[in-house]
Ligand binder design. Structure first.
Ligand SMILES: NC(=O)C1=CN([C@@H]2O[C@H](COP(=O)(O)OP(=O)(O)OC[C@H]3O[C@@H](n4cnc5c(N)ncnc54)[C@H](OP(=O)(O)O)[C@@H]3O)[C@@H](O)[C@H]2O)C=CC1
Ligand SMILES: CC(=O)N[C@@H](CCC(=O)OP(=O)(O)O)C(=O)O
Length: 316
């Protein structure tokens, strides 16, 4: 089998990582673009339509433009941007959300890759909503600690500048207008009526992300305990290649009591953790924002769509 792959935006953070993960795969033939023409719509259209699979690793506006340039009905488009994640004509690229999500990815020619914060939130929450433990109209909150590579080339340049200001040395809450661009996909794909209240925090480390979802257990119906949350998540991900549900209250996963947001880096794995005390619990999902949160997920979707081994080219 030979697959022609074009990466539109191959010089950006996500594009480079997709390129790196594909370059040594014998079944993949990368479609090159003249560097001087990489933003030229006509040249991009030629490459997009010559490809079996086209990854869009671009800002939203450019991703919409590229999607419109695809006229070859057989080209499979996997868009890493936010542009199409709640568009019903596109499949959402998180197969772990259930058999219907997986089936759509396996058959669709338009796949919207997940947002990093959103994907982690959904892995922690969707099974709890699907099982009825968290009612669909619950008003959840969550926060995320993320490395600065989530902000793409410009944020990486700011954080890695030799003369970076001291303000970048401490964690910085952002999106304080409470309208982060991942909220629509968080709400829609969790099956919730209301989007969560979401506070992301970017820290002075390159890569890695952990989303924490606090749950006041007595505010939920029934007799929900940390153990029942853990059991529901374990059941949902039994057999999932890339999701590891850690033992309940797993201190071994902590470093002297501290959680390491970077421990999934270099993998396509998501670690799902539950910690609880009395009537309170937190579900924490840790991923590599550039792995499961971006390029790893995109490649997992390509593998599924082409009927290849789900983990081909990826590290668990
Ligand atoms: N970084 C992350 O953790 C994640 C990113 N994403 C999403 O993936 C997409 C890419 O993000 P990321 O890689 O971080 O961003 P970067 O800013 O690192 O890279 C974007 C690339 O797109 C190029 N580009 C911009 N406009 C055009 C255009 N009109 N035609 C062709 N190329 C263009 C840029 O060119 P130039 O090099 O000249 O600037 C750059 O190389 C975004 O939509 C982002 O939201 C999704 C999940 C996680
Ligand atoms: C630190 C930082 O800025 N992170 C980005 C998340 C990047 C991501 O998930 O990608 P999409 O832009 O494709 O959604 C943010 O919060 O907007």
């Amino acid at each position: 089998m030979s697959v022609k792959v074009f990466v539109d935006g191959s010089e950006g953070t996500t594009g480079l990582q997709i390129h790196e993960r594909l370059v040594s795969r014998p079944e993949v033939e990368l479609v090159p673009i003249e560097p001087a023409l990489r933003k030229d719509p006509a040249a991009r259209a030629d490459c997009l339509n010559a490809a079996d699979v086209a990854f869009l690793c671009l800002p939203d506006v450019a991703a919409r433009e590229s999607a419109a340039l695809v006229t070859n009905p057989d080209t499979i488009v996997i868009d890493a941007s936010t542009a199409h994640r709640t568009d019903p004509a596109w499949s959402y690229g998180l197969p772990e959300l259930g058999v219907e999500y997986r089936r759509r990815i396996e058959t669709a020619n338009r796949i919207a890759n997940i947002g990093c914060h959103a994907g982690a939130f959904l892995l922690g929450v969707a099974p709890l909503v699907q099982s009825g433990i968290v009612p669909v109209d619950t008003r959840l909150s969550c926060f995320s600690i993320t490395g600065y590579s989530g902000g793409g080339k410009s944020m990486i340049a700011d954080y890695e500048a030799t003369d970076r200001p001291a303000t970048l040395l401490s964690p910085r809450p952002y999106a304080l207008g409470l309208a982060h661009k991942h909220l629509p996909e968080m709400r829609q794909h969790a099956g919730l009526t209301h989007a969560p209240l979401f506070n992301p925090v970017v820290g002075p480390f390159r890569q890695g992300l952990a989303v924490t979802i606090p749950l006041a257990l007595r505010a939920l119906p029934g007799n929900v305990s940390p153990a029942s949350l853990h059991a529901a998540l374990s059941e949902a991900y039994a057999g999932a290649t890339f999701v590891r549900v850690c033992p309940l209250g797993d201190d071994a996963n902590l470093d002297g009591g501290f959680l390491d947001a970077q421990a999934c880096n270099g993998t396509n794995r998501a670690d799902v953790m539950v910690f609880g005390h009395d009537e309170q619990a937190v579900v924490i999902v840790r991923i590599d924002n550039l792995g499961k949160g971006a390029s790893g997920s995109a490649i997992q979707c390509m593998n599924l769509r082409l009927g290849l081994a789900e983990s081909a080219g990826l590290t668990v």
